[in-house]
Design a protein around this ligand. Structure first.
Ligand code: HEM
Length: 312
């Protein structure tokens, strides 16, 4: 299945006011894609009114849809709270907008990035013979009688290494948030005047051969026993950015990725569809605000744990 592209604008239509799962998925794809496109009007301002690529029109449309969706969610909560007489947490009308836009950041930041990373991790594992190492670790530490919990992660160094290596190779936010230099500065021989808009290309840094051995290869082992972390202190690896504008959700995001991936590997045996060779697995990427696979991963999964563990 092909994801939203810079040229495709059609969206699923529920035909009603309630946002369907398909529409929500479409909104997220569109939001992330448009946040990362190169809009001609941003670089040549006198052309911006023409909106040559139609991106501004699309941004306005998806922005409106998202605001509407979030406002509906806040409204629903308000109604419920009113019904239950919960006066303290009732959201005043003028706060609704602020809450809706903050919630949009949290929903968008917290869902898409984690899902993209987990999908890349499984694709890499299907392509590389690293699966057995991960499942051996899980069998040894967790056993086949239960699911993985957040507390187990500290005892799963290979899963942690897979997550870090996936985040290095598939930097989900390739360009960090733009910064503005407040004073004249000199960095590595480059003069940066005050007022310059600075873009940090975390994607290139994490594939720089001066910093990484065989940077294009997926090698989780490089992080086993390594001090390099993803918390913004090691500048060669900045999947959550660094400094004041660093991702405020990094701790939650990291845990969601680790626990989700660990459970998907622990609970299911994964393989490619019959007749599909590893070499045919597409690793093409869409560059936007995030970097998902161009074609959604197609796999066959089989249950590995006792049946009763899968019932909700
Ligand atoms: C799951 C993996 C995630 C990744 C890889 C990720 C990555 C990033 C990156 C690279 C930035 C820009 C940082 C910078 O420029 O220094 C960022 C900003 C941000 N992230 Fe995340 N994020 C993730 C999860 C989350 C979650 C779970 C939330 C909310 C609960 C969140 C909310 C935000 C917000 C609000 C910003 C903007 C911060 C600002 O501009 O001051 N992110 N994220």
């Amino acid at each position: 299945m092909r994801r939203t592209s810079t040229t495709t604008t059609s969206r699923p239509n529920s035909g009603g006011s309630v946002t369907t799962w398909k529409e929500f998925r479409w909104m997220l794809d569109e939001l992330f894609l448009l946040n990362g496109v190169l809009n001609i009007g941003d670089w040549i301002p006198w052309l911006s009114w023409l909106d040559l690529q139609g991106y501004v029109r699309r941004m306005k449309r998806v922005g409106k849809m998202f605001d509407q969706f979030m406002e509906n969610v806040v409204e629903e909560h308000n109604e419920r709270r009113q019904r239950e007489g919960d006066a303290l947490t009732f959201v005043a009308k003028d706060m609704k907008c602020l809450i809706a836009s903050t919630a949009r950041d949290v929903v968008a930041g917290g869902t898409e990035s984690a899902a993209v990373i987990v999908e890349w991790a499984i694709s890499e594992l299907l392509k590389n013979p690293k699966f057995s190492k991960a499942t051996e670790e899980l069998d040894g530490v967790i056993g086949r009688g239960r699911w993985v919990t957040e507390k187990d992660i500290a005892r799963l160094p290979y899963i942690d290494a897979i997550v870090k290596e996936t985040m290095r190779l598939h930097m989900v936010v390739p360009l960090l948030s733009p910064r503005l230099s407040r004073e004249d500065a000199s960095v590595c021989g480059y003069d940066i005047p005050a007022g310059t808009r600075v873009l940090v290309n975390a994607w290139t840094i994490s594939r720089d051969p001066a910093l990484w051995d065989a940077p294009e290869e997926f090698r989780p082992e490089r992080f086993v026993g390594s001090e390099i972390d993803v918390k913004g202190q090691d500048f060669e690896l900045l999947p959550f950015g660094s400094g004041r504008r660093m991702c405020p959700g990094y701790s939650l995001g990291l845990k969601v990725i680790q626990v989700t991936l660990a459970n998907l590997l622990h609970g299911f045996a994964w393989r490619l569809p019959d007749g599909m060779a590893k070499e045919e697995l597409s690793m093409e990427v869409v560059f936007g605000l995030s970097t998902p696979l161009k074609l959604a991963l197609q796999t066959v999964v089989e249950r590995k744990l006792p049946v009763h563990l899968y019932s909700i």
